[in-house]
Design a protein. Sequence first.
Length: 88
Amino acid sequence: MLRRTEEERLEWLPHRQENNQPHDEDAPAGPQRNNYFVAPCFYCMETICAPCGVVIAWDMFAYAESPTNILNFLERVYPTEGSRPDYI
């Protein structure tokens, strides 16, 4: 069904709320932090997935997705050579 205008709106259809910010207004202020000892967000999350899509393992890297971090992660998940997959 196509979306209708506000005059033709049916009560059971979800209402789409739009938040438009004009280009000449300032951006809203972000949340206040009570300390600065923790990183506000992590840089990335790495996952190891099976070919069927099931997540085998995951790890968060706070500052760098370096080859050293990736290799250490793989070594923690696959500690022995026999447990490692044929390709990554």
